[in-house]
Design a protein around this ligand. Structure first.
Ligand SMILES: Nc1ncnc2c1ncn2[C@@H]1O[C@H](COP(=O)(O)OP(=O)(O)OP(=O)(O)O)[C@@H](O)[C@H]1O
Length: 366
């Protein structure tokens, strides 16, 4: 049984919907990242899961219980959720132990049960021995761990994390990502994590849901989004991907024959015969002096991270520039040829048509 089912969820404030017909289903123990550019609706979706916002239509189910739907609305405090925000929201005058114990007391646990839970979660988050400290005596990363411990102690059905690392510096963020992954696999809890940082999402999540303008573009494992994007937005957004327009000449069980400019290529993909996008990353291409698949002209080179990041304008097709790191410096205007060692082809909708969307099948209620 999926732990969380979101079915055709819609929320409008004023203007276009903030969350537009989103359906997602994740199993117990998943780590779901809601990823997308600013304003794409991920916080609104998280707030609806939390019960802090009521959907206009659609349904949310935890296990088999409807917590939001046409005839049901379970308030946040009755949803058995844990929430971890970037601001930690710890009680400043309480110790670490007091912060964790507070909710357990309200839930009616005995002293013995409370002490056992506190010891258990402090062990999980690696804060044993710091029970008596107050929040101002802790680092940002330690405070975030107390917030997580406080959530875990309540054994919630879902733990919601809203950009929990946004206030931490880059070094600490990386360390906390590793911590989140460790704590997630140790506890088997189900996490829903909001971020606009794809490196964060790709590093920790089992499922990444990419949102754009309120819509779900694609949900999948990080490597699926990277190697088999379902839409042009996902192809460009994940891993600084690139797309080039191609014609799909034949499509046979995922093996495609495409025309790129004047060249015929065989590529894997998911597209019918017609207009397509060839989606690729810098690691899929290299330059050769002749015998390549696409002629291009060097327009710019800058030295970055120990390599010459080189921008090429493809010749003979109407496309954006392509950049890739090269070992050597080339003279500007130098004609080169690009050779493709990998890529993935998807359908290209007409400019005025609605974009193709990847639909995740969502189970019907029993
Ligand atoms: N309470 C509100 N009233 C009116 N509009 C809102 C409200 N909350 C969100 N919106 C709008 O809904 C859209 C989605 O906002 P949301 O905060 O969900 O996006 P987001 O992806 O979380 O963005 P960010 O990464 O910047 O936090 C935006 O256009 C936003 O202005």
């Amino acid at each position: 049984m999926p732990r969380l089912i979101i079915r055709n969820l819609l929320k409008r404030f004023d203007g276009p919907p903030a969350v537009d017909d989103v359906s997602i289903s994740i199993p117990d123990g998943a780590f779901l990242a809601l990823l997308g550019p600013s304003g794409c609706g991920k916080t609104t979706l998280l707030r609806m899961i939390a019960g802090l916002e009521q959907p206009d239509s659609g349904q949310i189910l935890f296990d088999d219980e409807t917590v939001a739907g046409p005839d049901a609305f379970v308030p946040p405090e009755k949803r058995r959720l844990g929430m971890v925000f970037q601001s930690y929201a710890l009680w400043p005058n309480m110790t670490v132990k007091g912060n964790i114990e507070f909710g357990l007391k309200i839930a009616g646990l005995t002293t013995q049960q409370r002490l056992a839970r506190i010891a258990e979660v402090l062990d999980v988050v690696g804060l044993k021995g710091l029970e008596a400290r107050r929040p101002h005596e802790l680092s940002g990363g330690q405070r975030q761990r107390v917030a997580l411990a406080r959530s875990l102690a309540m054994r919630p059905r879902l733990i919601l994390l809203d950009e929990p690392l946004a206030n931490l510096d880059a070094h600490l963020r990386e360390a906390m990502l590793t911590e989140f992954r460790r704590i997630h696999s140790l506890t088997g809890a189900t996490f829903v994590f909001v971020t606009h940082d794809q490196d964060e999402a790709m590093a920790v999540a089992t499922h990444v849901a990419v949102m754009n303008r309120g819509r779900l573009e694609q949900i999948g494992a990080p490597e699926d989004l990277y190697t088999r994007p379902a839409t042009e937005m996902v192809a460009r957004f994940i891993g600084r991907g690139r797309t080039l327009p191609v014609d799909v000449l034949a499509s046979d069980a995922g093996n495609l024959t495409i025309r790129l400019g004047e060249t015929l290529l065989h590529m894997p993909g998911d597209a019918p015969v017609g207009a397509g996008w060839l989606c690729f990353h810098a690691s899929d291409i290299a330059t050769v002096s002749h015998g390549g698949h696409l002629k291009a002209e060097l327009v710019n080179q800058i030295f970055q991270n120990g390599a010459w990041m080189s921008q090429f304008t493809p010749l003979g097709i109407d496309a954006d520039t392509i950049s890739l790191p090269l070992r050597e410096r080339l003279s500007r205007g130098n004609p080169v040829e690009i050779v493709f060692s990998g890529g993935w082809v998807i359908a290209r909708a007409a400019a005025n048509a609605a974009p193709a969307r990847h639909k995740q099948p969502v189970p019907e209620p029993a």
